[in-house]
Design a binder for this molecule. Structure first.
Ligand code: GTP
Ligand code: ZN
Length: 345
């Protein structure tokens, strides 16, 4: 999103001023996709379509370099509200409530509640990292929850220009929009669709990927908003957390995660396979003085060394959200296969 393009900047649209009942949490939809794919066009389309929501739009900018600063900008009736967020990646996980959420909550305190938040990431953003900002545990009592991740792809150039990010963007998407279909032939469109599908297949993500084709990002709003992709009110979705002191084997941790996310070989006591949609943690490797952050969204995960130095004792913290999770089984498996020197536990 080019912030200098003023006319391009979506506005907060108060649709209906009658104060609604103090309903529960506010959904956030993350809109991701490569540069110029049509994200802002989609935002503008949503804002101008008929809906009964008071929508806040957040433009999420990633600075270059290490000091990951993102701007939060919401314009209301022409007045631009801007707040700089400090979202050092290493801290998102261990803090109970991260800065990103807090800033939005502060914003809501000042500006009144929104019914819905749309967040456009820059074309280069790693959507997994952005999503993790809204990765909210029910116990944290946040006002905000992640409703879904929508990835917009440029039918003409989207898959050719870039490999890595679109792949990740597709991989975390709950909905993939192939936009600018006016610029391609039937055959080219089919090729793009096949590529998107195969990206999911390579990642062994089940065939649930939803793909829609658009021109000018024109979609049926019901296909984009209120997807409840990560709905923890759905009783079958559970959160499991545990803390374990000691150092981990990096290889064994990778094997554990891959068994869990990809192979899905762990089952609960009823024999149903555990399925994880969010995975997060701070872990300790013996040869590293710094804390290592684990982040997973659907089947993708990564381990990144943070700036944060360990203090003793080193406590690994892990959080899993998904279906059919069983804490005892997960923890026991983790301790027996990943933890070095089980006497530490
Ligand atoms: N031909 C054609 N052009 C489109 C379509 N959708 C969007 N565009 C144009 O593509 C350009 C980029 O659209 P944006 O919505 O700004 O894309 P974006 O993903 O927000 O771009 P960044 O924020 O810069 O990453 C604009 O000039 C749009 O008018 C479409 O379906 N067909
Ligand atoms: Zn944009």
């Amino acid at each position: 999103m080019m912030l200098d393009e003023d006319d391009d900047c979506p506005e907060l649209v108060p649709i209906d001023t009658q104060p609604g009942p103090p309903v529960g949490q506010i959904p956030v939809t993350i809109i991701t996709g490569y540069l110029g794919a049509g994200k802002t066009t989609l935002l503008n389309y949503i804002l101008t379509e008929q809906h009964n929501k008071r929508i806040a739009v957040i433009l999420n900018e990633f600075g270059e370099g290490s000091a990951l600063e993102k701007s939060l900008a919401v314009s209301q009736a022409g007045e631009l509200y801007e707040e700089w967020l400090e979202l050092r990646n290493g801290c998102l996980c261990c803090s109970v409530k991260d800065n990103g959420l807090k800033a939005i909550e502060n914003l809501m305190e000042k500006k009144g509640k929104f019914d819905y938040i749309l967040l456009e990431t820059t074309g280069l953003a790693d959507p997994g990292a952005v999503a993790s900002m809204f990765w909210v545990d029910a116990e944290l009592g946040s006002d905000i929850y992640l409703d879904g991740i929508v990835t917009v792809i440029d039918a003409k150039y989207g898959l050719q220009r870039c490999l890595y990010y679109p792949f990740r963007q597709i991989a975390v998407a709950d909905l993939t929009i192939i936009n600018k279909t006016d610029l391609v032939t039937e055959e080219e469109l089919k090729e793009v669709k096949d590529t998107v599908r195969s990206a999911f297949n390579i990642l062994s993500i089940n065939g649930l990927v939803k793909i829609i084709e658009t021109q000018r990002s024109r979609v049926d709003l019901s296909e984009v908003l209120d997807l409840h992709s990560f709905d923890s009110k759905d009783g079958s979705i559970l959160t499991v957390t545990f803390e374990i002191a000691g150092d981990l084997s990096e290889d064994a941790l990778n094997a554990f995660i891959q068994d869990l996310l990809w192979e899905k070989i762990f089952c609960n006591k009823d024999g149903q396979p555990m399925s994880v949609i969010r995975l997060k943690g701070i872990v300790s490797f013996a040869d590293k003085g710094h804390q290592v952050m684990l982040q997973g969204v659907h089947e993708l995960y990564e381990l990144n060394e943070t700036q944060q130095l360990w203090e003793n004792p080193r406590i690994n913290r892990l959080v899993f959200i998904g279906r059919n999770l069983d804490k005892d089984i997960l923890q026991e498996k983790f301790v027996s296969t990943v933890l070095l020197g089980s006497e530490k536990n």
